[in-house]
Ligand binder design. Structure first.
Ligand SMILES: [Zn+2]
Length: 245
């Protein structure tokens, strides 16, 4: 299985979609997009960066800086961005990236079965309202899961879910009982490596037969252009993950 996953975490990710869609099209790639639902609260990440030197360092400012400020100004639900309609118009796959990305990433740990179920239901409801169909696939925000999450997820009947990092698809096991929802892991967080290392890893994974890298429209296509060009070359012609499961 060779493919690419694109996460829409923020209103800014949605606004930057045209660049990503052009890039994918120029390589003949149809991707699997996952959009979060609910209010864009990325600006709340700011409290994690009270030390301005830490905030300015590395990728943090570039990845979240603009998103934090635009989220604060717009106070908008991510799934309501009109640019998102272009994903389906261009023949890509669109699934659900949870409900309230910020809350999910920061507060999932102590949530009960009922609370997680409530979040996923709410996400499905908002997704269906925005796009006119029930989501067929899921991806947990920030790869954040807890012990009860896989069992709760099973109740929703998604065709597949992408909640972990890994190098091959699998079915989670719960005390010896195999769950029904197939996991299609991300094998490479491409933006977290330098160009040389990222491309080396990607080529090795493609050669092994399983490569699913992921990126965000408001980051890699704008700030890591050459890496994106080369990475997409490695998987040209790829089709959505949902067409490969
Ligand atoms: Zn995300």
């Amino acid at each position: 299985m060779i493919g690419v996953r694109v996460d829409i975490d923020t209103v800014r990710d949605a606004r930057m979609l045209p660049t990503t869609l052009e890039l994918l099209e120029s390589h003949g790639i149809r991707a699997s997009f996952f959009v979060t639902t609910g209010l864009d609260e990325t600006y709340r990440n700011f409290r994690h960066y009270l030390n301005p030197m830490k905030f300015m360092a590395g990728n943090t400012l570039r990845r979240y800086g603009f998103s934090m400020f635009s989220g604060l100004l717009t106070r908008k639900d991510v799934q309501s961005s009109k640019e998102l309609n272009m994903i389906l118009e261009h023949g890509h796959e669109l699934g659900l990236h949870g409900y309230n990305h910020y809350e999910w990433m920061n507060h999932l740990d102590n949530k009960s079965r009922e609370e997680i179920s409530c979040w996923i239901s709410k996400g499905c409801e908002l997704f269906e309202k925005a796009f006119g169909y029930y989501p067929e696939c899921f991806a947990a925000p920030g790869f954040k899961t807890n012990a009860v999450f896989p069992e709760v997820l099973d109740g929703f009947g998604f065709r597949y879910s992408s909640d972990f990092m890994g190098v091959k698809p699998f079915y989670p096991d719960l005390f010896g009982i195999k769950l029904r929802t197939r996991q299609v892991p991300v094998s490479l967080a491409i933006g977290e490596h330098n160009d040389h290392e990222a491309l080396k890893l990607l080529r090795e994974q493609v050669a092994s037969g399983y490569a699913v890298f992921y990126f965000h429209p408001s980051f890699e296509p704008l700030f890591r252009k050459s890496l994106m060009e080369n990475a997409l070359c490695c998987i040209s012609g790829a089709i959505p993950l949902g067409e490969q499961v």
